[in-house]
Ligand binder design. Structure first.
Ligand SMILES: CC(C)(COP(=O)(O)OP(=O)(O)OC[C@H]1O[C@@H](n2cnc3c(N)ncnc32)[C@H](O)[C@@H]1OP(=O)(O)O)[C@@H](O)C(=O)NCCC(=O)NCCS
Length: 304
């Protein structure tokens, strides 16, 4: 247990690079094991905070900034695990993300088993529990190119001219949504779209708006990420749900991924979103792992 009165938490500076490299050599992985260990790169000093005691680095944490004013805070590294100090570092890294990166939404992802030491520290740092996320995959087969979404739907790819129509339709699909509802209204829609655009490689042709009887009824956004088609968002406006539109959007996304020539599709979904879980399972997706997601709105950290 660290004597908190003796520990200073502060942003890393250029001259910390040497001591940080030495710290990196000896710091054990956080609880959760090597997989949860965030690598320490000397190039990300500006995004790092340090815990310093008696002139020695005893812990560090950083944020990874993303487009759309959001950031992720990975697990802190400490010489010796201490929940209170880990929480201080997580909160300081989140505050740093808010001030330096302008992050309005800061997230953390941990292993979902019970009350893991890392998740306890994240909650102690002031993050709220968002959702348990299921990461799902589906292989893409040659015959997926033959999927025929219903002819009653017209498909418009994304373009800057259609940006506002996409934005309005995405916002409509958030109504009565079970997809991480705590995030609804937290950020401007253009921030959310910017984050989606920068998740993997953005391909405007595989971002689709579905029109039925002249009206926008849903969107499906697929990007390329790590050699897979990544379903970054899919939504149907409430008036058109339970009529097969979700399934049609999914078929369109699978066919687009097959036509691009990618061998697999992936997605992440809030496990309490039963309609979406069912839709994905029926479309052949299978869970490969789960993560517990927490978040803190940037303005909650303003006073720090
Ligand atoms: C999830 C969503 C896209 C489903 O769209 P939809 O057009 O209603 O879905 P479909 O009518 O094509 O139904 C497809 C399958 O999904 C499942 N499903 C859809 N709505 C469901 C519900 N309310 N309860 C249980 N299962 C449901 C069913 O298994 C259905 O297959 P079935 O009709 O053969 O039983 C829609 O509810 C939505 O837009 N929700 C808000 C946004 C969202 O959650 N997006 C997912 C982001 S990960």
């Amino acid at each position: 247990m660290n004597d908190m009165a003796q520990v200073e938490i502060r942003p890393a500076r250029l001259r910390d690079a040497g001591p940080l490299a030495a710290f990196h050599e000896v710091a054990p992985p956080p609880p959760g094991g090597a997989e949860a260990a965030d690598p320490i790169y000397m190039t990300d000093l500006r995004a790092r905070v340090l815990a310093v005691s008696g002139g020695e680095i005893v812990g560090t944490c950083r944020y990874q900034g993303a487009a759309g004013h959001c950031a992720v805070v990975p697990a802190p590294r400490l010489l010796e695990w201490d929940e209170a100090l880990a929480a201080q570092l997580l909160r300081a890294a989140a505050g740093h993300a808010f001030r330096r990166h302008g992050a309005r939404l800061i997230q953390s992802l941990t292993e979902p088993e019970g009350a893991s030491p890392l998740a306890l520290a994240v909650e102690r740092a002031g993050f709220d529990r968002l959702a348990v996320l299921s990461y799902m995959r589906r292989p893409i087969r040659p015959e997926d190119r033959l999927l025929e979404p219903p002819p009653s739907l017209a498909w418009h790819p994304y373009s800057l001219f259609r940006h506002r129509l996409f934005a309005r339709t995405i916002l409509s699909t958030y109504r009565e949504s079970l997809d991480c509802p705590k995030l609804t209204g937290l950020r401007p829609i253009n921030d959310t779209i910017a984050t989606h655009k920068h998740t993997g490689t953005f391909r405007p042709r595989t971002w689709r708006l579905a029109i039925a009887e002249g009206k926008p009824t849903g969107v499906v956004l697929v990007s390329e990420n790590q050699g897979r088609g990544d379903l970054v968002y899919l939504g149907v406006v409430p008036e058109a749900r339970r009529r097969g539109i979700g399934r049609a959007l999914m078929d369109r996304a699978i066919r687009d991924t097959a036509e691009v020539g990618l061998p697999q599709m992936g997605l992440a979904v809030d496990v309490s979103n039963i309609p979406a879980m069912r839709l994905y399972e029926r479309a052949g997706f299978r869970e490969i792992r789960r993560r517990l997601a927490h978040f803190v709105p940037g303005d909650r950290l303003e006073g720090l």
